[in-house]
Design a protein around this ligand. Structure first.
Ligand SMILES: Nc1ncnc2c1ncn2[C@@H]1O[C@H](COP(=O)(O)OP(=O)(O)O)[C@@H](O)[C@H]1O
Ligand SMILES: [Mg+2]
Length: 441
C-alpha cells in the first residue's frame, strides 16, 4: 500500500456565512511538489491553514504519515508554513531571523550557527547575515522567510502564495530556486498560487479548485492537455471551447461538421464541449482547413501573434501564430485530430424555460453552464439572445444561443426546433411558467 505523508479525508470547513471547503479528499506523497491552484476566495488558504493546524475543520480528518493529527496543535506538527506576508522581525538581522526557531528550541550556539550558515548558502544570502531585514529587497526578504521555515527541517513545507508580492522577473528566478531547493532537500511541498503559469512550471501535481471543491487533480501536462471541464480549461491557459455532439467513437459533430478526434467511450449522440488550444491552430488559405472566418483582430505578443478569427456561426477563435494576418481578410483554420479534447458538459443546473421566437412559445430547459453561471445567479429571469447553432442529441433539439450585450453563450434543450433567423427571448426559472406579459399556450 502506498504511504502518504499528508492526507485530507472528507474535509469541510464552514464559516458563519460561507462554506469555504466541501468534501475535500487529498493524498500527498513523500517528496511531492503539489500545488493548489484557483482564483482568490476558492479556499486555498483555508486548506493550508487546516493542514498547518491553525484551523480545525468543521468535519473530516487530517492525517500525517497515516496518523490522525486533526486535533494536534500547529507547533506539534512536523510541518512549517511560509505565508504571503512573510512576517519577518524587522528589527532583527538576517541571521537572527533565520535562527529564531532554533533559539527557542534552545539548541547549542555552535549548532545554530552551522545550520543557519547552511541555510544562507542554500538561499544564496551568504554575506547578508548582519543586514537588518528591513534593508533587504523583497526577493531577499522572501528568501529569509523560506530559510527560516526550512532551518527547522520540516518534512513538509506549506507555502501560501510566497512569491505573490514579487515582480515578474524575480518571481521567475525564485520559482526555479524553490523548485531546486525542494528537489535537493527532498521535502514535500504544498504550494498555493492563483498563477497558472507558476503552477504549471513548478508542480509534480496540480489541484485545481473552484468554490471550495476540487475540480481536477492531475499532472501539469494532463491538466493542460486534458482539462476535465470548462472551468479548468478556461483557468489554465487560453482555450477555444465549442459545443458539439459525439456522433461516434473518434467523431465529433461541431459547427455542423464532423471532425475526427482521439476520444472514445462517450454515449451515442452525447452533447459535449470541446477544447482546442490556440497554439494548436494553424492558419491556412480560405477553403482549406476545418473552419473559416474573418480576421477580427491581431495583437503582437512577443513570441507570437494572437489573432481572433470570427467564423460564420459567430464564434471567435483565438489563434496563436508566428505569422501575421490582415484584419478583415478571410482565412481557414486547421488543426490535427489530437488537438481536440472532449469534455463533458457539466450544467451547474437546468432551469425550466419558455422560449419565445417569432410569436411562437416553446417549452424547454435552459442549461446554466460554467460559461454562463456567473451571469445567471438566481433562479429566474429573462434573456435576449440570438440563434447560434443547432444540433440534435438523443431525441432532443439542442440550440446554443448568444447574448451579444453580455457576450455569453447559453444552451437550450427543447422538443421543437428553433429557427436560425429571428431573435429569441428566454424566460427561465419560476417565471417561465407564467411570463408576466402573456399566457403560455
Ligand atoms: N476566518 C474566516 N471567517 C469567515 N470567512 C472566511 C474566513 N477565512 C476565509 N473565509 C472565507 O472562505 C472562503 C475561502 O477563503 P480563502 O481560503 O482565504 O481563499 P483563497 O486563499 O483561495 O483566496 C472565502 O469566501 C473567504 O471569505
Ligand atoms: Mg489565500
Amino acid at each position: 500500500m502506498e504511504r502518504y505523508i499528508l492526507e485530507l479525508k472528507d474535509v469541510s470547513m464552514r464559516f458563519e456565512d460561507a462554506e469555504a471547503l466541501t468534501g475535500i479528499n487529498l493524498k500527498i506523497k513523500h517528496k511531492e511538489f503539489v500545488t493548489l491552484l484557483g482564483p482568490s476566495g476558492c479556499g486555498k488558504s483555508t486548506m493550508l491553514r487546516i493542514l498547518g493546524g491553525f484551523l480545525t475543520p468543521t468535519s473530516g480528518k487530517v492525517l500525517f504519515d497515516g496518523k490522525d493529527i486533526t486535533d494536534l496543535p500547529a507547533y506539534q506538527r512536523k510541518l512549517n508554513t511560509v505565508f504571503q506576508k512573510y512576517a519577518l522581525f524587522p528589527h532583527l538581522n538576517t541571521f537572527d531571523n533565520i535562527a529564531f526557531g532554533l533559539k527557542i528550541k534552545k539548541l547549542p550556539n555552535d549548532v545554530i550557527k552551522e545550520k543557519v550558515k547552511a541555510m544562507l548558502k542554500l538561499v544564496n544570502l551568504e554575506g547578508f547575515e548582519r543586514r537588518r531585514v528591513q534593508f533587504l529587497s523583497g526577493g531577499q526578504q522572501q528568501r529569509v522567510a523560506i530559510a527560516r521555515a526550512l532551518v527547522n527541517e520540516p518534512e513538509v513545507l506549506l507555502l501560501d502564495e510566497p512569491l505573490g508580492a514579487l515582480d515578474l522577473q524575480l518571481r521567475k528566478d525564485m520559482q526555479l530556486e524553490l523548485k531546486r531547493m525542494q528537489q535537493r532537500l527532498g521535502i514535500t511541498f504544498l504550494y498555493v498560487t492563483h498563477d497558472q503559469e507558476e503552477a504549471l512550471t513548478m508542480s509534480d501535481r496540480i489541484i485545481v479548485m473552484k468554490e471550495g471543491v476540487i475540480q481536477q487533480d492531475d499532472t501539469p501536462i494532463k491538466v493542460y492537455n486534458e482539462p476535465i471541464n470548462h472551468y479548468v480549461a478556461d483557468f489554465i491557459g487560453e482555450a477555444n471551447m465549442l459545443y458539439g455532439v459525439m456522433r461516434d467513437d473518434y467523431a465529433v459533430e461541431c459547427e455542423s461538421l464532423i471532425w475526427r478526434c482521439t476520444d472514445r467511450g462517450y454515449e451515442k449522440d452525447q452533447f459535449i464541449e470541446l477544447v482546442i488550444r490556440p497554439e494548436d491552430l494553424e492558419m491556412v488559405p480560405e477553403g482549406q482547413g476545418k473552419a473559416h472566418g474573418i480576421v477580427e483582430s491581431v495583437v503582437f505578443k512577443g513570441v507570437h501573434y494572437e489573432i481572433v478569427v470570427r467564423d460564420d456561426t459567430g464564434y471567435d477563435w483565438i489563434v496563436q501564430n508566428t505569422k501575421n494576418a490582415e484584419i478583415g481578410s478571410r482565412m481557414g483554420i486547421d488543426f490535427s485530430d489530437d488537438a481536440i479534447q472532449i469534455m463533458k458538459v457539466s450544467p451547474e443546473y437546468m432551469l425550466p424555460a419558455v422560449i419565445e421566437q417569432a410569436g411562437r412559445k416553446i417549452e424547454g430547459e435552459l442549461w446554466i453552464t460554467q460559461d454562463s453561471e456567473d451571469y445567471v445567479k438566481s433562479g429566474s429571469g429573462k434573456l435576449d439572445t440570438r440563434f447560434r447553432l443547432h444540433t440534435d442529441s438523443q431525441g432532443k433539439h439542442i440550440t446554443t444561443v448568444y447574448a451579444e450585450d453580455i457576450r455569453r453563450t447559453w444552451v437550450l434543450r427543447t422538443d421543437e426546433q428553433l429557427y436560425g433567423t429571428d431573435p429569441i427571448i428566454i424566460r427561465y426559472g419560476s417565471g417561465a411558467d407564467a411570463p408576466d406579459d402573456a399566457e403560455v399556450r
